[in-house]
Design a protein around this ligand. Structure first.
Ligand SMILES: Nc1ncnc2c1ncn2[C@@H]1O[C@H](COP(=O)(O)OP(=O)(O)OP(=O)(O)O)[C@@H](O)[C@H]1O
Length: 279
């Protein structure tokens, strides 16, 4: 049987440009005190741009503020200081149109079929039903779920459920996709395959991607640039360019530069991870 991916006309998105799609300006996040404890300085100040159409990953020690940063960029939580701009407009208090978020937790709705799960956001956004159907059919085929439209999440594997969540984001045709460790709960093989699917999706849509990951390997394999964070309160110690072509895939791991990049990132992270462990 032909792979569902081959049945989709591939229209590669544009190559990343140097234009800022998202601009994070001196953003900090301090969480209010819990019980009798002091306030918690989770992040920043951090400043960086996401370039239009790039694949940007964030790695850093546990608890350094990666998810906090993603929440700020998504508009799910306001910065304590500083500002975040998407397509030139400051993000204030809600997820902007054109932005989709995928989390690590299985966020599929068990009472809805795969089709209705994938259609959820688009229906809420008020799209006409024929447009929803066209987009959902395309997204399910793209994610290899075409034969599962009437199935319910409880009948799927964890990897398939996560693909449903990515299909739901894809249906919205986001210009910015924010992925918070979306493959963290999956086995290694499925994780590698999902990384490849994400690269294909990124190529087809031309959207900007920001991925939070605990895996240096995944960051090196998938990204144009890797933001490497310090221990909490997280700031970028360095932003490393990988130099990969847009057509990269698993075979990139055979490139001699792959090992050098892994060592570089680990060199940057090691002492910060020790600090985080000590804390
Ligand atoms: N809503 C909140 N209220 C108070 N503290 C919070 C809140 N959310 C996160 N934190 C704290 O902020 C810090 C950063 O958390 P965050 O989840 O952003 O880190 P992370 O780098 O994503 O961690 P991990 O790699 O372990 O997933 C942690 O110390 C966490 O306990």
């Amino acid at each position: 049987m032909a792979s569902p991916l081959k049945m989709i006309k591939q229209t590669p998105g544009p190559a990343p440009s140097c234009k800022a799609h998202v601009a994070v300006k001196a953003a900090t996040k301090i969480f209010a005190a819990r019980d009798e404890g002091p306030p918690l300085h989770a992040l920043g100040p951090v400043s960086f741009d996401l370039r239009q159409g790039e694949f940007f990953s964030v790695v850093g020690p546990s608890g350094c503020g990666k998810s906090t940063l993603l929440d700020l960029v998504a508009g799910l939580s306001p910065p304590t200081d500083g500002s975040i701009h998407f397509e030139g407009a400051e993000i204030k208090g809600q997820v902007p149109d054109g932005v989709a978020v995928v989390f690590q937790e299985d966020a599929s709705f068990p009472w809805l079929s795969v089709f209705d799960n994938a259609a959820f956001g688009a229906r809420r956004a008020g799209l006409a039903e024929n447009e929803v159907k066209e987009r959902v059919d395309h997204a399910l085929a793209f994610m290899g779920l075409a034969g599962f439209a009437r199935t319910y999440p409880s009948q799927l594997s964890g990897g398939m459920r996560q693909r449903v969540c990515i299909a739901r984001a894809m249906v919205l045709r986001p210009r910015l996709m924010l992925l918070d460790e979306p493959f963290g709960a999956l086995d290694q093989q499925t994780r590698l395959l999902m990384g490849e699917e994400t690269l294909k999706l990124w190529r087809e849509t031309g959207s900007t991607v920001m991925l939070i990951t605990h895996s240096i390997d995944e960051a090196v394999l998938l990204s144009d640039r890797i933001g490497t964070m310090s221990a909490r309160p997280g700031t970028f110690i360095d932003i490393v360019e990988t130099g990969w072509s847009r057509e990269r895939g698993s075979e990139t791991a055979m490139d001699p530069r792959y090992g050098a990049l892994q060592s570089k990132i680990w060199g940057l992270l090691r002492s910060e991870s020790l600090k985080a462990l000590g804390a």
